[in-house]
Design a protein around this ligand. Structure first.
Ligand code: ADP
Length: 263
């Protein structure tokens, strides 16, 4: 009964949000949160009302990427008000815990409780888009989250170009298929490095893995993003890349990636 109530509460909350996009990856460290943040900021820049929900409970990085680390939320004991920056609202488990390492020792039921709170107890109000930054991989937590979100538009899968990463993407694709979660497309991140001195593109990892898998699985390939030191700097400084480096070629690539999602 409690489970049904939780689900009904999440459904009521989510029914006020027109589009729900889940950002997934086969494993950690591929740039999933970077893509989620910049996607959300790009959508907000285009005038949409956007929520960004960080449910990556073991590595909440969105507070840092938005320059909101150290911010804590006020709560009336029942619901949470997300942090607003213009027409972007952000919510992260990072706003709720004092100590980043706290979540590491939580047991399964505790984690599920927090996940349900993040999905059901945040006062988003009406939104055009909610971008959900899932935990990496295809384990229990990402699985539960995807099952708790009714009628999502689908998933964006972020990967790096190497063949070993491709194995994890296959798992993520199979995960989506089994959950009947539509696949919006694959983003290949860290695809080549353009030398700032001479402009030559160096393939630090052999590129093209993401595109190949998209073809093999017959899902859209949304585009690739190079390794760009400005992305790392922007993330660490809490200044979203697409906003602060708007005129650069890489920011243009981010915009191209979201174009089909906006259409
Ligand atoms: P994940 O969410 O998959 O664990 P993150 O988005 O946190 O990965 O990215 C991991 C690190 O790599 C971050 O420090 C981020 O700034 C950096 N990063 C991600 N994509 C790029 C890129 N294309 N160029 C340079 N640095 C990047």
């Amino acid at each position: 009964k409690k489970q049904q109530e939780d689900k009904a509460k999440i459904n009521r909350r989510m029914s006020r949000i027109r589009h729900k996009v889940i950002v997934l990856s086969g494993k950690g460290g591929v740039g999933k949160s970077t893509v989620a943040v910049n996607l959300a900021v790009s959508l907000a820049q285009s005038g949409r009302s956007v929520g960004l929900l960080d449910v990556d409970i073991h590595g909440p990085s969105i507070p840092i990427m938005l320059g909101l680390d150290g911010v804590s939320l006020s709560s009336n004991g029942k619901t949470f008000e997300p942090i607003s920056i213009g027409n972007l609202k952000a919510m992260s488990i990072g706003f709720l815990i004092q100590n980043e390492d706290e979540a590491l020792i939580w047991r399964g039921p505790m984690k599920m409780g927090v996940i349900k709170q993040l999905l059901g107890d945040v006062e988003w109000g009406e939104l055009d888009y909610l971008i959900i930054d899932n935990p990496p991989g295809t384990g229990d937590e990402p699985l539960s989250i995807c099952q708790l979100i009714e009628n999502p538009d689908g998933a964006i899968i972020v990967t790096t170009p190497q063949r070993v990463a491709a194995i994890d993407v296959r798992k993520a694709l199979t995960f989506c298929r089994e959950l009947k979660l539509p696949i919006l497309g694959i983003v290949e991140n860290m695809s080549g490095f353009s030398c700032p001195k001479c402009g030559e593109v160096v393939e630090i990892f052999p590129s093209g893995g993401g595109r190949k898998i998209a073809v093999d699985f017959n899902v859209p390939f949304l585009g690739s993003l190079p390794i760009d030191p400005a992305i790392g700097i922007a993330c660490d400084a809490g200044t979203p890349f697409v906003q602060h480096y708007e005129q650069t070629e890489t920011a243009g690539k981010f915009k191209d990636i979201i174009a089909p999602i906006l259409a």
